[in-house]
Design a protein around this ligand. Structure first.
Ligand SMILES: N[C@@H](CCC[C@H](N)C(=O)O)C(=O)O
Length: 325
């Protein structure tokens, strides 16, 4: 079913009609999904905020619009190199801002396309995003993890914006987190979107962090950043591979504290791997408040993200009531 808002009236105050939405999550990073495959909806920041509102709306950390790739500005470029990327994930944070990428969102989007009968290219599904094309496939659930359907994809190249200097120092920024006493060194990691990762000594300190208050990052990142707090938990053999394990909490740009962040898990694992130096595991299980995801370092500074995706239900939203509240 496609969106049925009165598009002539726009999607700001005064919009009318109903909007059919689906609610889903990946390790409890939750999203409101809209089917706008024909690209008729001009999704306003006001509508995103209203849908994401946990009291007066549907509730979510973000809103994901499914749109035909040919209908978005980035589409022509994406389709030139990946003509099979027919569907684009237009990702918005709960505050209405546009984000380049959402790792948990890609998996939930893939399940949504499957549910709509739009995953029609066999084993692999090409998803267009502002950070490039993600090729999603189904994978087995790792040993000792209980969630249902798992999906994996190569998230592309990650890099340290601070370059070789940041790599050898292990940090290029300082982050002050409420509830923790001092400013701590952090490493900036770009995974298509910006992240700042800081290590904490143990899980008691991690639990003491107040992430209701936005962490202060110096120097101030020009486009904002997502902040990940991590505690390395050691290494063991999982499914035959030496695997590192981390606990992570995250404060997301445009949202606040969330129960998981896929790109954040990649940034955290790659930061810890950088700090550990040669011999560090390629595979990392990242425990977040909402579950566990797996990050695998690939050749050529690429990384794979794997984790669960769940769709929990659908509803028709009265747009006038939503925006009028
Ligand atoms: N939760 C997402 C990331 C969503 C975007 C982020 N808040 C940003 O603004 O960069 C994930 O799973 O990666």
């Amino acid at each position: 079913m496609t969106a049925a808002v009165d598009v002539a009236a726009g999607t700001g105050p005064g919009a009318t009609g109903t909007l059919h939405v689906t609610k889903g999550h990946g390790t409890q990073n939750d999203f409101v999904l809209l089917d706008d495959r024909d690209g008729r909806l001009d999704l306003s920041a006001a509508l995103v905020r209203a849908l994401a509102d946990r009291r007066a709306g549907v509730g979510g950390d973000g809103v994901i619009r499914l749109v035909g790739t040919q209908h978005v500005a980035e589409g022509a470029h994406l389709l030139q190199t990946a003509p099979d990327a027919r569907w684009f994930m237009d990702y918005r944070n709960a505050d209405g801002s546009v984000a380049e990428m959402c790792g948990n969102g890609v998996r939930v989007f893939a399940l949504y396309l499957d549910r709509l009968g739009l995953w029609d290219d066999g084993d692999e599904l090409a998803v267009g995003t502002r950070a490039g094309v993600m090729r999603v496939r189904r994978v087995a659930v790792p040993q000792d993890v209980t969630d249902g359907a798992w999906f994996a994809f190569d998230i592309g190249r990650w890099h340290l914006p601070g370059g070789a200097a940041a790599q050898s120092a292990g940090f290029d920024a300082e982050v002050t987190v409420a509830g923790l006493d001092v400013a701590r060194p952090a490493l900036s990691v770009d995974v298509g979107n910006p992240h700042s990762v800081l290590a904490l000594p143990d899980t008691a300190v991690l639990d003491a962090a107040d992430l209701v208050t936005a962490p202060r990052v110096e120097p101030v990142p020009p486009y904002g950043t997502n902040v990940e707090l991590v505690v390395p938990l050691g290494e063991s053999v999982v499914d035959g591979s030496l695997t590192g394990r981390l606990r992570m909490r995250v404060h997301e740009r445009g949202v606040g504290e969330t129960r998981s962040c896929g790109t954040g898990a990649v940034a955290a694992a790659m930061a810890v791997r950088t700090w550990a130096g040669p011999g560090a595991p390629d595979v990392w299980l990242v425990d977040v408040p909402g579950g566990t995801v797996r990050v695998t370092a690939l050749a050529d500074s690429r990384a794979e993200l794997a984790g669960p995706a769940v769709l929990v239900g659908e509803m028709d939203v009265d747009v006038t009531a939503l925006l009028g509240a």
